[in-house]
Design a protein around this ligand. Structure first.
Ligand code: 5GP
Length: 129
């Protein structure tokens, strides 16, 4: 069965998409640690990040870096934190999280955003891409 993220890639589930190319997609996390929390994923459904082919892994990091640079300009923060967990969704995803405090990277505090706020973040980040 396809992962939730493959369904997002295929347009079977909605998402606030920021950017994509033939290999990768960036979209907002639906239950964000902080405003602007973004997930960067490979379109190929792979469970664990270190099982990726080296070149594919490096390309994912380059894609994530590009998104992080835009995110840092679009959302007020001290810096962009990066984390890879994958215990909930078994499809590689890089978390990019605008950080103000250590709590923002702990996956314990969650932010509630309206659809309009999610859309506003997407538009702002896209301005810097
Ligand atoms: P992890 O697998 O790294 O523990 O976390 C999975 C992340 O995916 C969580 O931060 C969760 O909020 C996010 N997530 C789970 N399901 C969906 C979904 O359907 N849409 C979006 N945009 N994010 C999701």
């Amino acid at each position: 069965m396809s992962s939730i993220f493959t369904k997002i890639i295929n347009g079977e589930l909605p998402a606030y998409k920021i950017a994509e190319n033939d290999q990768f997609l960036a979209f907002l996390d639906i239950n964000p640690n902080a405003k602007g929390h973004t997930l960067c994923i490979p379109k190929q459904e792979i469970n664990k990040i270190f099982d990726m082919e080296e070149e594919h892994y490096v390309e994912l990091m380059k894609f994530s870096r590009k998104i992080a640079k835009a995110l840092e300009q679009a959302v007020p923060c001290q810096r962009i934190g990066m984390s890879v967990v994958g215990l909930e969704v078994p499809h590689v995803h890089v978390h990019l999280i605008p950080l103000q405090t250590m709590d923002d990277i702990r996956f314990s505090k969650k932010e509630s955003l309206s659809p309009a706020e999610f859309e506003e973040v997407v538009k702002k980040v896209q301005q810097y891409l």
